[in-house]
Design a protein around this ligand. Structure first.
Ligand code: ATP
Ligand code: MG
Length: 404
């Protein structure tokens, strides 16, 4: 018997017509994956909502998990009690006791009766339960239209179900329902947030980090891995591709005039991304560009850099201000990691005066000095792949303290 349950409202996916089944399956699959360490849950999808049922874990544990599942607009913990008015009163009072009220708070009771043999009809249940709650909590008044709290009582065949609070979910679309993209993940503030925004939109993501040892430190690589671990909390364990980029940076430094090196470097990164996309059957590149933020993010730069590919490049932060990006970073826990001082390959090789308005033909002429296909092939072949899950952070921390 599964006693505990949560009612999930899908939000946007309910408008998806024929694809609904696919969206529901993706969400169910993700919830099953995320809860598997707690216990085996039962998932029952219905047309406009989904039930998650389980036995042992606490409601708090389940709420923590569901908060980070994309595609859920909100959810309601639902409590099962015996089908008697006494049991309903008792549970109702218990649920209200957990709240802290402010002056002028109000409530209402909404009852549904699918078991027609139950002694009272829904009107009477509402009245009686409302009366009992009103007596127990004199600081609350009844309000039909805009009640602060709504207690739902549902009389079903097997039992009565009560729910009082509604928890805000992540919103967006179920993980993986929009296909797969590859995220260009630096150690900075922006790209992990770009990844988070796209995960939320149902994109399955693999992370790609360009590193340039020995010019960049192992800590810089570690930073990108830790950021991947944070993102994995909202997805499933995430593939992390580490592309060796030092050789290419050296070639650029040797053959390309410093002022144009950033543009050439970005164009090579995109060409490598395209190869990785083919290899990993992904359909889009995601990056953390924000219009006008740095020299590579002017329209002129973006058009010259973008010229090497026809792949869709998703830039969820293109119109997002830095302070908004930072506040999301604080909310999802990437801020402290991005804030670590280790510099990545782009910063180490950053030119003093990168062109903000590069000309395509100039760049193309300069690139002729490099054997780009060979450089790309070597980088792709030497790319290392690992899978990172959300426990990576705690595991790394444990290893670290063991060493002390
Ligand atoms: P971020 O904070 O994400 O590093 P940024 O504002 O510092 O972004 P740039 O460093 O110019 O801007 O990078 C623009 C985008 O290019 C990044 O958001 C990221 O998607 C990608 N990128 C930059 N450096 C790397 C890297 N070493 N590995 C993978 N992707 C990178
Ligand atoms: Mg950066």
């Amino acid at each position: 018997m599964t006693h505990k349950q949560i009612l999930i409202h899908y939000g946007e996916l309910s408008t998806k017509g024929k694809n609904r089944r696919m969206f529901q399956n993706k969400m169910a699959e993700h919830i099953r994956h995320k809860t598997k360490e707690l216990e085996k849950v039962k998932i029952l999808p219905h047309h406009d909502f989904m039930h998650v049922k389980w036995e042992e874990a606490s409601y708090e544990e389940m709420i923590e998990v569901l908060k980070d599942v994309p595609g859920i607009s909100r959810f309601e913990p639902t409590y099962r009690v015996e089908k008697t008015m006494e049991a309903i009163y008792e549970k109702g009072i218990e649920l209200f006791k957990e709240l802290t009220f402010e002056s002028n708070d109000s409530f209402k009771v909404v009852a549904k009766r699918s078991d027609r043999s139950f002694e009272f009809d829904s009107m009477k249940i509402q009245r009686e339960v409302g009366h009992v709650i009103g007596e127990a909590f004199p600081e609350l008044h009844v309000e039909m239209k805009k009640a602060t709290y709504k207690l739902t009582v549902s009389i079903q065949q097997d039992a009565a179900y009560l729910s009082l609070i509604s928890v805000q979910g992540m919103g967006g679309l179920p993980y993986g329902s929009s296909g797969k993209g590859m995220l260009m993940l630096s150690g900075g503030f922006d790209s992990p947030i770009a990844g988070y925004q796209m995960l939320k939109r149902g994109l399955e993501i693999e992370a790609v980090h360009f590193s340039s040892p020995p010019y960049t430190s192992p800590q810089a690589l570690e930073k990108a891995k830790k950021l991947t671990a944070v993102l994995a909390r909202y997805s499933t364990p995430m593939k992390f591709h580490n592309v060796p980029f030092a050789r290419i940076q050296e070639e650029i430094k040797e053959h390309i005039h410093e002022d144009f090196s950033m543009t050439v470097m970005r164009r090579i990164m995109l060409r490598i991304m395209d190869q990785l996309l083919i290899k990993n059957k992904a359909m889009a590149i995601v990056n953390g560009e924000s219009l006008g933020q740095v020299a590579s993010q002017t329209l002129q730069s973006m058009s010259v850099i973008n010229e090497v590919t026809t792949t869709p490049i998703l830039r969820p932060l293109i119109a997002v201000d830095k302070n908004e990006i930072i506040s999301i970073a604080e909310k999802i826990g990437t801020y402290d990691i991005s804030n670590e001082p280790y510099e990545d390959c782009c910063t180490v090789f950053a030119p003093k005066k990168p062109k903000t308005k590069p000309k395509l033909h100039t760049i193309q002429e300069m690139e002729a000095a490099l054997d780009i296909p060979a450089l790309i092939q070597e980088a792709v072949e030497k790319t290392e792949v690992m899978t990172i899950d959300e426990h990576y952070l705690t595991e790394q921390y444990a290893n670290f303290t063991e060493l002390l």
